[in-house]
Ligand binder design. Structure first.
Ligand code: ATP
Ligand code: MG
Length: 307
């Protein structure tokens, strides 16, 4: 580890809030993706040479908050990651969660649905992967694919065995509403829902694909189908915009995270997770009389043990 890896710096609450206000979306009103620059790095607020220390600070803070979340066992946290290929979902998840106790986290990668999954409603598999109380659930892709890839490639919809009478003009609008309702319900049940769109530019995606082709160590990351999806770039921009607008809410915000600079993407995500956990009360539950008596009895028993 280099010297900088060991340094730690924390954002102040004010700095964190200012940073997140740039990227948090809580209403669809007036939302336009083109208002968000994938190359943004928050101007003077954050200097690149501080990035490693700030990430360490954020990871440390998150680790402490996760212990409280786990010990208190009331709230749960759901982190949804969506992005175009090569935007850095995997690396972001790896870095942001690097300090967290693995027992408290579950990552689910949502791929093309299985035969069994296709025999159920489109939220079924998401429901089965939700975090239990005290835990963090990470969705690497998610139920949102249902209004993104499935919308860009409507032939995927035909595989879902829906009654034809239910496939009408309003299907996407209804799906978006179903997702918004689902997340509202989760929030009411004590799940903090945060959604991240890692927003990469088309140029930066090209240069990351080129690196995957040129660098032998990165070859495994390249898949020819990524190039096919790239041809639908404009369609994806349009369905992302509509999806984010229809499902952004104060209880389930989207963060449109600039993704052309990996160091910056990670800082924003860790800040958003810390911020969400800081907003809820994670004080430990007070012990009941019976629990206190049990602790006292255990103490007496240990002290009374023969050597
Ligand atoms: P990486 O490429 O970094 O491994 P990834 O998330 O792109 O990560 P892949 O295995 O390449 O993983 O791709 C998963 C594919 O599954 C994506 O193309 C995604 O659009 C597709 N997918 C996910 N959910 C659905 C869905 N509900 N219906 C159809 N396709 C889906
Ligand atoms: Mg892929």
């Amino acid at each position: 580890m280099g010297q900088t890896d060991l340094q730690t710096r924390h954002l102040s609450d004010r700095e964190r809030r200012k940073l997140l206000d740039r990227y948090r979306v809580t209403t669809g009103k007036g939302f336009k993706l083109r208002d968000y620059d994938p190359g943004d790095t928050a101007g003077h607020l954050i200097a690149k040479h501080d990035a490693a220390a700030l990430l360490n600070g954020g990871v440390e803070h998150l680790s402490a908050l996760q212990e409280k979340l786990y010990a208190q066992d009331h709230w749960s946290l759901l982190l949804v990651f969506q992005a175009m290929d090569a935007a850095g979902k995997d690396g972001t998840i790896k870095h942001v969660m690097s300090g967290v106790n693995p027992q408290g986290v579950q990552v689910t990668s949502f791929k093309a649905p299985s035969v069994e999954e296709l025999r159920h409603d489109f939220l079924w598999r998401a429901g089965r992967a939700l975090p239990e109380r005290g835990k963090i659930g990470i969705f690497n892709r998610s139920h949102y694919e249902e209004t993104l890839v499935v919308r860009v490639h409507p032939e995927l919809l035909l595989k879902q065995r829906l009654p034809p009478a239910l496939i009408g003009k309003k299907i996407w609008e209804k799906r978006l509403k179903a997702i918004a309702n689902f997340e509202h319900f989760l929030a009411d049940q004590g799940t903090l829902v945060l959604k991240f769109f890692l927003h990469i530019s088309k140029e930066e995606q090209k240069s990351r694909f080129m690196a995957r082709l040129d660098d032998k160590k990165k070859n495994w990351k390249f898949s020819a189908s990524d190039l096919t999806e790239r041809e639908y770039w404009d369609e994806y921009e349009s369905v992302y915009e509509e999806t984010i607008a229809a499902t952004a809410a104060p209880h389930a915000p989207w963060f449109v995270v600039p993704a052309d600079n990996k160091w910056f993407t990670r800082l924003v995500v860790v800040a958003a997770v810390v911020d969400a956990l800081e907003r809820v009360d994670l004080k430990p539950n007070p012990l009941t009389e019976t629990e206190i008596e049990a602790l006292n009895a255990a103490r007496v028993q240990l002290l009374g043990e023969a050597r």
